[in-house]
Design a protein around this ligand. Sequence first.
Ligand SMILES: [Zn+2]
Ligand SMILES: [Zn+2]
Ligand SMILES: [Zn+2]
Ligand SMILES: [Zn+2]
Ligand SMILES: [Zn+2]
Length: 329
Amino acid sequence: MKKRLSFYLLLFACLLLFFPSLYAADFCSVCGKEIHGNFLQNADSVIFCSKPCYEKTLPICSACGKTIRGKGLRQGDVYFCNNKCFEKTLPKCELCGKKVTTALTIENHIFCETCASFNRCFQCQLPFSNGRTLNDGRNICSVCAKEGVFLADRAERLYKLAANAVENITGFDLDPLPDLELIGIDKMKELAPLYDERIYSLRGTYHTETIKTTYSILGVQREKLHRKNRVLLLYGLTSRRIYVTSAHELTHHIIETRFPRLADDELWKQEGLCQYVAHIVALRKKFSECGDEIERYDDELYGKGFAWYIDKFGADNWHAVSQWLETMK
Ligand SMILES: [Zn+2]
Ligand SMILES: [Zn+2]
Ligand SMILES: [Zn+2]
Ligand SMILES: [Zn+2]
Ligand SMILES: [Zn+2]
């Protein structure tokens, strides 16, 4: 998300005229006292009995708290003595630490224009100065890289934990689990040609392939077909995302192996159920960033599908969902 915060500087000057007692004046506009002798009048013809009364009407610098006499700066309804005071109130760029007059807000973080143009991390979406480019071309900041899951055995452990969570929620036995593989975004895009990165982030996919094996018995060639199911996850995701994405992909496995009518139904209805289960997993584990993300999607596939299940059954209500699923066998 990009938002431009602009600061406008306006100059104003307080003009003050002194009138000797021979001019007629009535009451002080500040203290209300009747004026008999000398008095002061500002540029708007407002009159004052004395300098202290006049100074009470002057603006206060919102940085140092001093009364502004003479020239000052104005930004909307806020006043400053000078540029130095104004700069004290400016936000700092989170990367280079410089004060910024034109701040760019990305995911609620503030950056200067230069830093905002740096490479963005695929995970936290923020620009970074410390980080690296992965083999598949994705950029990752050093903070997210530290948390990222790159090793197969670490991913496997999280995948099995997620499988347990899905079994607990749905009551289905997931044994034998589909094989797990960590892949890059290049391979992921090949497997998901409908992917649109402007709408949602692709983190995993469930893949079914039919494998044909030929063998011969007594010289006669025979063929045997069998289905191989695999879950493919993006390497470098945080452990929480590996966990929640695993739950999503394993729900595809449940649909594929147990509910053929749903598997033949529209894609949004399948993705919606997968998001619904992933959402329960995120809620129960208190992975709020993952839960919020699922709620935020408003595309025609994930967003529409998830909203349909929430409207129909309410959040975290597997009991009602499972009764409806009986009609999808
Ligand atoms: Zn007065
Ligand atoms: Zn000041
Ligand atoms: Zn900066
Ligand atoms: Zn990051
Ligand atoms: Zn899916």
